[in-house]
Design a protein around this ligand. Structure first.
Ligand SMILES: C[S@@+](CC[C@H](N)C(=O)[O-])C[C@H]1O[C@@H](n2cnc3c(N)ncnc32)[C@H](O)[C@@H]1O
Length: 287
């Protein structure tokens, strides 16, 4: 280890620096960084400092929060503070509700709809893509027995790093372990190189998902309105109540009447006035 690296390990972010960072992040992405996250944030900033060849937290914070830094360093800084934990078939009850209740209901109503049998889904805060690819599997399975069913999935995140990963559609073999083996056979390809323990989604599935960068604190202009289903799970948990309210209002306005919003297991719309009715645990329908 070089001397400068040893020095970094001896330092820590001062409370003043951390609180400046927290308020900037809150204003830009709505993420409310807890004090308990300070150690994690320090560790991730260290990596950034190494690649920028900076040897003190103060130098990094002064740069990142400066006018120039806000242009050049904002995207990596957002990667530093976001929590990207996700999994295939995470909170599987949601995917069961989708295929057993929501999709059959859509098919029934498709004759009386202007857009007929074409349905649009949005995974908002999709992280490395496990959620939209799980959606794609579920929707393709449904389409097999409902030949008229057509769909498109939009998937977005604020972090460009996770979006790069997601749009490649390549995953470590053990990450894909939770995908049932019949789906793996149908929708995943093994790498031709036996040394690489990775799988990739087939081109048909990759073409059904459009990835884009969306900050949920702003209007999502790249995402169509009149969506049929929005998954925004384990995202608003990092926002305070005021930001949750603003984000949920924007999401609700993107749904067409009868459309569904799925939130994460510990998230709720309780206490917020929205044109949504609870239809199952953490699942809401637009009036
Ligand atoms: C814990 S992951 C959830 C992933 C997936 N939805 C799931 O439940 O498995 C939260 C994601 O929300 C994203 N995120 C946080 N703040 C955001 C914002 N203001 N706009 C858009 N995405 C945001 C993060 O980058 C992260 O990838």
């Amino acid at each position: 280890m070089e001397n400068s690296e040893l020095n970094i390990y001896k330092q820590e972010l001062t409370l003043e620096e951390y609180s400046k960072l927290c308020s900037t992040i809150y204003n830009i992405c709505g993420i409310h960084l807890q004090d308990t996250k300070k150690l994690t944030v320090e560790g991730r900033i260290r990596k950034r400092m190494k690649s920028l060849k900076m040897d003190s937290y103060s130098t990094y914070i002064n740069y990142a929060l400066s006018e120039t830094g806000m242009k050049e360093e904002l995207i990596p800084l957002i990667d530093v503070v976001t929590t990207n934990k996700t999994d295939f078939f995470r909170e599987n009850a949601h995917f069961e509700y989708l295929s057993q209740t929501v999709l059959p209901n859509f098919i029934e109503k498709s004759r009386s709809r202007e857009r007929g049998n074409y349905f649009q889904f949005w995974s908002a805060g999709c992280s490395t893509g496990e959620e939209p690819y799980t959606l794609a599997i579920v929707l393709n399975e449904f389409a097999e027995s409902n030949r008229d069913f057509r769909f498109m999935i939009y998937a977005s995140d604020i972090s460009t790093e996770v979006l790069k990963h997601a749009s490649l559609g390549i995953y470590e073999l053990d990450k894909a372990d939770v995908i049932p083996s019949n789906y793996k056979k149908k929708y995943l390809l093994k790498s031709k190189n036996p040394e690489k323990q990775v799988v990739r989604f087939i081109p048909q599935v990759r073409s059904q998902i459009e990835f884009s960068r969306v900050n949920l604190m702003r209007e999502a202009t790249d995402i169509p309105s009149n969506l049929d289903v929005i998954f925004c799970r384990n995202v608003i948990i990092y926002f305070d109540k005021k930001t949750q309210e603003q984000v949920l209002k924007r999401l609700a306005s993107k749904l067409s009447p009868g459309g569904y919003l799925f939130l994460g297991h510990s998230e709720t719309i309780m206490g917020i006035e929205l044109p949504l009715t609870r239809v199952a645990s953490t699942i809401y329908q637009k009036k």
